[in-house]
Write a new protein. Structure first.
Length: 417
């Protein structure tokens, strides 16, 4: 028990004792002496109480960060023990879940309805020991946020905030007004008139469902443990990541897809370049960000381009120098802020071939793009399609949506040749 709590309880006891003693009209000598002793103790305890509160406040500040993140870290540790192979065998053989996997599935079921087994998004993160085409990765520690799962995706690298929603529609109010300051013109004059403080709600709705179907052979299921665990996790992670990236930027807004940033009606400024790719074309967009106070410096801007644009700019040298247009771009925009993707941007078309580019920036911690995911991934079994071979057909359903925070934080460039 905290020392301050102990002192506070003793002070309450003293007050009760004093109330009984001072209520007597003719107290005897012992009672008068007791009143004096209790009064002295009460004053002494007041000093001790102030000292205890100061000491405990310092201790609270020291451990504040740990206390605030302890729940997240404990959940992250639990997610790290989630086993996909248990879910696969439960769907195929009816095997009972156990351990952390059973605990997580039960908790997710309590928060939403699922036809199959709910799989948390954070469970898709690649883990130590998995081998991919480029070798063995050194993955980050599992965390209870979605960004870590698709850390290399174009959406996350372009500043998108990926938010997990339990249920229902969600709106994010974003300030869209420009409150201005004004000086009083005279000694008795008023300052400038009031400027309305306005916000615009950016809604996201669970109206778009992404489906992934995977086939697990009988042989794979007999290789329980890491082999099945890695295959299911890696394939599901890759398929969702590719589809998500494409939808965030190129989603059609119809046929079940959300409206992507480059396609939807988000009132984003679109500027036609209609010229060869050069640093001057991108510099103009960066200048507009700076003038609108959407960015503090060119290094705060993120750039999404096709690989063909990098190839053209890197091969275009400034006259009588060994400096390319790409070198000029990297001198102002850090390489870590440049994202090249053939999935998030459509292939070049026309004659001459031309493509688009996207620039984004973050203002006051507000991301330019919101990507919402609802609940967990619903993993459902198809018991019939592969019954003859003893295989298992799984369908994973994920609900997602996309919206833009402030159009001023994004700009689209078209006609980049």
């Amino acid at each position: 028990m905290l020392e301050s709590v102990k002192i506070s309880r003793r002070q309450s006891e003293i007050r009760q004792a004093l109330a009984g003693l001072v209520g007597k009209e003719t107290p005897d000598e012992n009672e008068v002496r007791s009143i004096g002793e209790l009064d002295t103790e009460f004053q002494r305890n007041e000093i001790r109480l102030r000292g205890a509160l100061i000491a405990e406040d310092t201790e609270r500040r020291d451990v504040k960060g740990e206390l605030e993140t302890r729940g997240d870290r404990e959940y992250a540790d639990l997610i790290g023990k989630f086993e996909m192979w248990q879910v696969a065998l439960a769907l195929d053989e009816g095997r009972a879940l156990n351990g952390a996997t059973a605990e997580i599935v039960s908790e997710l079921r309590a928060k939403g309805g699922y036809r199959g087994f709910p799989v948390p998004w954070a469970a898709l993160e690649k883990r130590v020991g998995e081998t991919v085409a480029s070798g063995t990765p050194n993955p980050m520690r599992t965390a209870p946020i979605i960004d870590r799962i698709f850390a290399d995706s174009a959406a996350v690298r372009m500043g998108a905030s990926m938010i997990n929603i339990d249920s229902g529609d969600v709106e994010y109010p974003v300030t869209t007004s420009a409150v201005a300051a004004a000086w009083a013109a005279t000694e008795t004059g008023s300052v400038g008139g009031p400027t309305a403080y306005a916000t615009t709600d950016k809604p996201m709705t669970p109206a778009n469902t992404l489906g992934i179907t995977m086939k697990i052979t009988r042989k794979s299921m007999k290789q329980t443990g890491d082999a099945l665990e890695q295959a299911v996790r890696r394939d599901m992670n890759g398929a969702i990541g590719v589809a998500l990236d494409k939808a965030v930027f190129l989603g059609a807004g119809s046929s079940g897809e959300p409206a992507g940033v480059l396609v939807g009606s988000y009132s984003i400024t679109s500027t036609s370049i209609a010229a060869a790719a050069s640093w001057a074309a991108f510099r103009g967009a960066v200048k507009r960000f700076l003038i609108a106070n959407a960015a503090g410096s060119p290094s705060a801007v993120r750039l999404l381009v096709r690989p063909e644009v990098w190839d053209a700019m890197d091969g275009t040298l400034i006259t009588s120098t060994a400096v390319s247009e790409w070198d000029r771009l990297l001198a102002s925009i850090p390489a870590s802020n440049v994202v090249m993707s053939s999935n998030a941007l459509a292939a070049p078309t026309g004659s001459p071939l031309a493509t688009k580019a996207l620039l984004t920036t973050t203002i006051g911690g507000v991301p330019p793009i919101f990507v919402g995911t609802w609940g967990a991934i619903d993993l459902i079994r198809d018991p019939y399609s592969d019954a003859a071979s003893g295989g298992l057909r799984l369908t994973a359903l994920a609900t997602m949506d996309v919206t833009v925070s402030r159009p001023a934080q994004l700009e689209i460039l078209t006609g980049i040749q």
